[in-house]
Design a protein around this ligand. Sequence first.
Ligand code: UT7
Length: 324
Amino acid sequence: MALLRSVVVGCGAYLPENVVTNAALAERGIETSDEWIVQRTGIRQRHIAGPDETTSVLGTRAAQAALDEAGLSPADIDLVLCATSTPDHTFPSTATQIQAALGIEGGFAFDLQAVCAGFVYAVATADRFLSTGGAKRALVIGAETFSRLLDWEDRTTCVLFGDGAGAIVLEARENDASDRGVLTSCLRSDGRHRAKLYVDGGPGSTGTTGKLRMEGREVFRFAVGSVTDVIEEAFRASGTTADDLTWFVPHQANRRIIEASADKLGIAREKVVLTVDRHGNTSAASIPLALAAARRDGRIQQGDLVMIEAIGGGFTWGAALIRW
Ligand code: UT7
């Protein structure tokens, strides 16, 4: 049997209209400054969802944009996979809500929860279904409304996050000379780090949603120090090197983390796609938002070699290498 590859055929994103600058946060009484936030994180602004903009609403709009770029209709999709830590409800899944909003009646849909690494986990998961014949076309979505998990009294976390959604369409195709598709992916987790980045509530513990808590410095250290293993593994598995990459599209949490990781891996700074300045940290949505931005401005082209990489609560982390 011919080898099946999961090929990216569409990419899209959606951001809430409401833009909140660093200065606006300081004006609201949060003891912070534009200077501190820009210097420590690179973030200048973030988008914040309105009351009616739930995660499924953002995810549906991003999914529709990805379908439009692919020239496909919702009926062409038989797998909807949504990476999110901010579902509309505890259940049913946000993915099934997006499935219904798009008018998809066949196939199957489910959520995947790996916090900020969720999109990389979702790409790796969808790839397993597509490359083994379990589905033909997948909408892989990262959608979040992290603003609803924030403690707005905690300046060490509330200035860092934003809302948004991004999506790609992956299609199972027989591998050919173009070598397009997901070439490899590498996932890791280590639950011993739970207390460094978590939400202090949940349906099975407090019965409340809870608020995000983070030991920022510890997460920073792990992000720069340890997670390059998955990227090196992806290079090894695919027989490629940093020089072969066209674009590096990492999770957008902090400009300093991104640049330190790129430097450590020998990835040239001009290959790094950065959106953290405009979006803040949108957790599972940050990579597909960045992919869509780099598609829209003409940077990512068919045939380009693109490395995505993320680390999130758990800790969870991973990387995937895609020939676009
Ligand atoms: O997406 C999941 C992954 N998450 C991340 O990757 C986040 C990783 N961590 C980080 O990005 C950084 O650690 C932060 C941006 C969260 C913090 O930067 P930092 O350089 O590690 O700062 P710090 O926590 O060491 O704090 C330095 C100072 C402290 O004051 P003192 O103790 O030195 O007097 C903080 O109280 O900055 C103070 N501070 C603030 N000042 C103004 C903390 N937050 C703020 C703030 N505005 N918003």
